[in-house]
Design a protein around this ligand. Structure first.
Ligand code: 0A1
Ligand code: ZN
Length: 849
């Protein structure tokens, strides 16, 4: 329900809770529409907290009974929780509530998915289970008893007694309520085990619906690899006798790190070669690692309050990206992360939803699980590591785990650890946590008598609520190449702290070519007017694989912008340079595939906007079509070579080597389809024995205009598999021309397999429209209207997913006046909805202000 006046919570208002929860005993009597939850909690006054009323959060609960020290009490109830007079010393709180998991479509608290009970308590879902101080700094030891007929009943920690119709669990590690989990249902397990470095054998299980057992092996291996990696790289061992993962079909996010009982969106754990793509496998490996790594960065050390969310998320994303780099190709991972950062975080940081990595206020915390908190939060950790060096980073992390194990910590605690471990003053560095916006950095060069000078100027544009910006600390990795392509100065990290700062390199024989911000060492927009020749030189010679890719990307962008703005033809010199890279079979195919993938339409719209032009989505689309056709015709000899070179004859493996080949093969197939009308794609489709090849072929058939029969065949083959059918929903929207995609999405929302209550299906369909630049931004406004219609309908069902998807409108001010008026009208229509959720109201309100 929308509050009369949504309450804003401020970081500066933090106060500790007045009591400690010494232990928590919960009994669940499961019933779909009338689950009873009995809580018995020992509270004792917290000597460090200011005096306050005893307030417990609670929402959508039916209070049956409450008692203090055995005497029944009648608390004062509001729609936010209860207050109650309590004794001045320790006391026992008892409370019984009734809840309705089967009607819970918001998927927060205890809910049902395909007959299975499951929970999602982060951030503030536990208050929909029982009355409780639902805040991360209240940590307690939980004992749970589950009563019900379900054959499998799971909770956090280690198993206790179980018998006919009940199971008990005890978690010895104090935890905040957001890490609580319960799962019960008709589930089967894929078992495994892991022996920790200190010799403890841990039972592992992946629990799934019957029928999904064959899709767990990859996830289990990924889990074991993650456990080993965290021991070897961070010295962190697992700390319970058992680790359970459960796959759930209806889930708002990717997965959740509940202590000892991770709950996963089934799309982020279930995998088989026939039903999952290479990209799915890679994502599953990364998410399993991410959730597992949270056991130390998030669970053993948690956050004092939700403003500190980046403390666990930024660090855990950084750790999972290190893991993927170690398991796969480091440059490919870095490039992919930067593409993602620019595609999701930069627009957020440069638009109406911009906020610091550590926000200072919120209305609905669920709206702050953002690319800024996660991905920019991880970039900040990467910069810190680059500044202090890898050894000092390890030393600081050891100190962090020693000093703060069992704590609910803050960013101040985190930075203090680095200061103490390295002797550095991080006062200025801390701005990365408080100052929103993407810094813009310009570079000028000077060359005199063997001395080369680079001068950097930085400026961060104003963001909502932050007009004045201060210089950031920028650990800028730079190398210098001689004109013959040799590296004369290997990578150095220049520490930029001023608004303008110069660095000199002496004793050089000839004017060098600088390679700046190698590995994307700082998350900035680099504004540097370098010539096409210099970019081509770096594309040919840079020893830093990231900057080699970056040079190509810049050339591709410049070519696209020239074509759009001046009507020029494609830049043939650039295409020749790119062709040399594509022909170089000493280079990793995955890396070459990234070279061949040009900037997306949204990135081009952003760059046009940055350079003072109003992006025209139709012109961007048309340019893409022309350029792709041109490349296909120019590389008519190269394409068969690439297709042959990337053919995999071994049995399917989702590893970096094979998936890299398939990625390059897919790019070559896409160009080939421009020439043969889909013949090669049809052959690949017919012969495909794995989902990656089948889906890339299907996409090309749809794009060629000859995909309808294959789409039907695909549906007939896979209609029993919900995760594959999600792909079918999205693919046809993305493959059709913009003039048909919105109508197809509209029609698909009427398909019998479409459902508003499953976030995966909703995202697959409506997210495909929102992510398809030329369709979403269609001049007639059909894309905007469809999204708004469906988001308005979803808001009553699932506010969290609605609010998250509303951010598709965040770039609206880039576009022309007509489109802005169309988008504004749709956002106003959403705002005017009766009983709009607090989640959606906050998001749309921020975009409109
Ligand atoms: N902490 C989880 C993600 C997550 C966040 C919020 C959720 O509900 C609002 C659910 C999951 C992670 O980082 O993996
Ligand atoms: Zn996380």
């Amino acid at each position: 329900m929308k509050d009369a006046a949504p309450e804003t919570v401020y970081l500066r208002d933090y106060t500790a809770f007045g009591w400690q929860a010494q232990d928590v005993h919960l009994t669940f009597r499961l019933a779909p529409h009338a689950t009873r939850v009995v809580a018995r909690i020992h509270f004792a006054p917290n000597p460090d907290a200011p005096a306050q009323d005893f307030f417990l959060h609670g929402e959508e609960l039916k209070l049956i009974r409450a008692a203090i020290d055995g005497t029944e009490v009648t608390p004062e109830l509001t729609d936010k929780g209860l207050t109650c007079p309590v004794p001045s010393g320790p006391f026992l709180w008892e409370c019984e509530v009734e809840i309705d998991p089967a009607s819970n479509t918001a998927l927060e608290g205890l809910y049902m998915s395909n007959g299975m009970y499951c929970t999602q308590c982060e951030a503030e879902g536990f208050r929909k289970i029982t009355y409780y101080p639902d805040r991360p700094d209240v940590m307690s030891v939980f004992t749970v008893r589950i009563e019900g007929d379900e054959p499998v009943k799971l909770s956090n920690g280690n198993p206790g007694k179980s018998g006919d119709g009940f199971a008990e669990w005890h978690d010895p590690w104090p935890k905040p309520a957001y890490l609580f989990a319960l799962v019960a249902g008709d589930l089967v397990n894929h078992p495994g085990s892991f022996t920790t470095a200190s010799g403890k054998k841990v039972e592992l299980n992946i629990w799934v619906r019957p029928g999904d057992e064959g899709k767990c092996a990859f996830g289990m291996e990924a889990l074991k690899t993650s456990m080993k990696w965290d021991e070897e790289v961070y010295g962190r061992e697992y700390d319970l006798d058992i680790f359970n993962i459960v796959a759930v079909d209806d889930f708002n996010m990717g997965a959740m790190e509940n202590k000892g009982l991770n709950v996963f969106n089934s799309s982020c754990v279930l995998a088989s070669p026939e039903t999952s793509t290479d990209a799915n496998f890679e994502r599953i490996e990364a998410i399993i690692a991410h959730e597992y790594f949270h056991n130390w960065t998030g669970n053993r050390i948690t956050c004092r309050d939700w403003f500190q969310l980046c403390l666990k998320e930024g660090l855990t994303v950084y750790r999972d990206s290190q893991f993927t780099s170690d398991m796969r190709s480091s440059p490919v991972k870095r490039i992919s992360d930067v593409i993602d950062l620019r595609g999701r975080q930069f627009p957020e940081d440069q638009g109406p939803l911009s906020h610091p990595v550590r926000p200072e206020s919120f209305q609905e915390i669920n709206n702050f699980y953002t690319a800024t908190v996660y991905e920019k939060g991880a970039e900040v950790i990467g910069m810190l590591r680059r500044l202090v060096g890898p050894e000092a980073y390890s030393k600081a992390l050891d100190l962090y785990f020693d000093r703060h194990d069992g704590d609910a910590a803050t960013i101040e605690d985190w930075l203090k650890v680095f200061e103490d471990a390295t002797g550095r003053d991080l006062t200025q560095f801390k701005r990365w946590y408080s100052q929103a916006g993407t810094p813009r950095v310009t570079v000028s060069e000077d060359w005199q008598d063997g001395t080369f000078t680079l001068t950097f100027s930085q400026m961060t544009p104003p963001t909502p609520g932050q007009d004045d910006k201060q210089p950031q600390v920028l650990p800028m990795a730079v190398g210098l190449l001689s004109p013959n392509g040799d590296e004369v100065v290997p990578t150095q990290v220049l520490e930029i702290t001023e608004a303008e700062q110069s660095f000199t390199f002496e004793g050089l024989g000839a004017r060098p070519v600088p390679s700046i911000n190698r590995e994307f060492s700082t998350p900035i927009v680099l504004e540097r007017d370098s010539s096409a020749e210099e970019k081509a030189f770096l594309l040919a010679h840079d020893t830093d694989p990231f900057n080699r890719w970056e040079a190509n990307r810049a050339l591709a962008r410049d070519c696209a912008l020239d074509m759009i703005l001046t009507g020029a033809g494609p830049n043939v010199a650039w295409l020749d340079g790119l062709e040399a890279v594509l022909r170089d079979d000493t280079l990793d195919p995955a890396y070459r595939a990234l070279m061949l993938a040009g900037p997306g339409a949204s990135e081009l719209a952003q760059v046009l906007h940055e350079r003072g032009h109003t992006p025209d989505p139709e012109a961007i689309y048309d340019m893409g079509e022309t350029l792709t056709q041109f490349m296909a015709e120019r590389w008519v000899d190269l394409l068969p070579k690439l297709l042959a070179e990337t053919r995999v004859t071994d049995a399917y493996r989702p590893d970096a080597e094979q998936s890299g080949k398939r990625a390059l093969g897919a790019a070559a197939l896409s160009l080939t389809t421009r020439l043969d009308g889909g013949a090669a794609a049809q052959a690949q489709y017919d012969a495909a024995d794995n989902m990656t090849l089948q889906l890339t072929a299907l996409m090309q058939l749809v794009k060629s205009g000859n995909g309808e029969a294959a789409l039907q065949a695909f549906y007939d083959q896979w209609q029993h598999d919900r995760l594959v059918i999600d792909k079918w929903f999205g693919l046809q929207i993305m493959g059709l021309p913009p003039g048909q995609a919105v109508e197809r999405a509209q029609a698909l929302t009427q398909h019998p397999d479409f459902t508003m209550t499953n976030p995966n299906r909703f995202r697959a369909t409506l997210g495909a429209v929102g992510g398809y630049h030329a369709a979403f931004h269609r001049k007639d406004g059909a894309g905007y209207a469809l999204l708004a219609d469906k988001l308005i309908a979803l808001d009553d069902i699932n506010p969290q997913t609605t609010a998250r998807m509303c951010s598709l409108f965040q770039t609206w001010k880039r576009y022309d006046a007509d489109r802005q008026a169309l988008i504004r009208a749709q956002m106003e229509r959403i705002m005017a909805k009766d009983k709009l959720s607090r989640d959606t109201s906050e998001m749309v309100g921020r975009m409109l202000s």
